[in-house]
Design a binder for this molecule. Structure first.
Ligand code: FMN
Length: 220
């Protein structure tokens, strides 16, 4: 599965099988996470077999069932966009390893989550992880024309492909609060007002880059 295929296959999954992550996949993921933590400067930690954060003993917590693994992101408030950008690389890599995921900002048990933050740092977000009971479901998206503005009459093919990948990007409450502007080969992506909109923006920018392939565009 390449990254474009992983983008299409990925949906948020909240109900997991009662099955630990296989040792080889866990090891692979650990290495991948270590690399992203080094590159981003964010503390990214994989917690395996830690059922408390999503409601041990309870059938569900929020809409979650059987979630026993998660990834925490600890950093500064201004790291949010980076957190989305690097976190989504982990989400897509997990998809390639046959795992399912869900970004989670709110619906976990805050008092039970395992993480380590120093002064000036906070728990930015969590990604739930495991083998899904299902692969999740496609959901509604805003139309492409609402998510981008193009200077000129022509929309290049590479930009359409990039925006199709953006439309599949997960966002908090599926809000899709961003706009991508194209002017020649320059692309600017801006958030609108919304919860966790900066994390959403980082995720969407990663999808844009994957969808754009080797098109020679510049972020401005
Ligand atoms: C930044 C962010 C925060 C999210 N927080 C939660 C959450 O607290 N609880 C939850 O069940 N889903 C959460 N989600 C998952 C979104 O609801 C989901 O990505 C969105 O509805 C789109 O669906 P999809 O991921 O299947 O494409 C979050 C997603 C993102 C990107």
């Amino acid at each position: 599965m390449n990254l474009n295929e992983a983008i299409i296959a990925r949906h948020s999954v909240r109900k997991y099988q009662d099955k630990p992550i296989e040792a080889e996949a866990a090891e692979n993921l650990q290495e991948f996470i270590k690399d992203k933590a080094e590159k981003s400067g964010i503390k990214i930690t994989l917690q395996l077999n830690e059922p408390e954060a999503f409601g041990s003993g309870m059938a569900t917590y929020g809409k979650f069932e059987n979630c026993k693994n998660y990834i925490t992101f600890v950093g500064k408030k201004e790291d949010e966009e980076k957190c989305g950008y690097y976190g989504e690389q982990i989400v897509l890599h997990a998809q390639q390893l046959g795992l399912n995921t869900c970004w989670v900002a709110l619906t976990y048990n805050k008092s039970k989550i395992v993480y380590d933050a120093e002064k000036g740092e906070k728990l930015l977000i969590v990604i739930a992880l495991g083998y899904g009971q299902t692969q999740g479901h496609p959901r509604a998206t805003k139309p492409m024309q609402e998510l981008c503005k193009i200077k000129g009459d022509e929309t290049p093919d590479w930009f359409k492909k990039a925006m199709e990948a953006v439309m599949l990007a997960p966002t908090a409450i599926n809000q899709q609060k961003f706009v991508f502007y194209l002017d020649g080969n320059n692309v600017e992506a801006k958030t609108l007002l919304g919860f966790y909109a900066k994390i959403d923006l980082g995720i969407a920018k990663l999808h844009f880059e994957i969808g754009a392939g080797d098109a020679p565009f510049n972020w401005v």
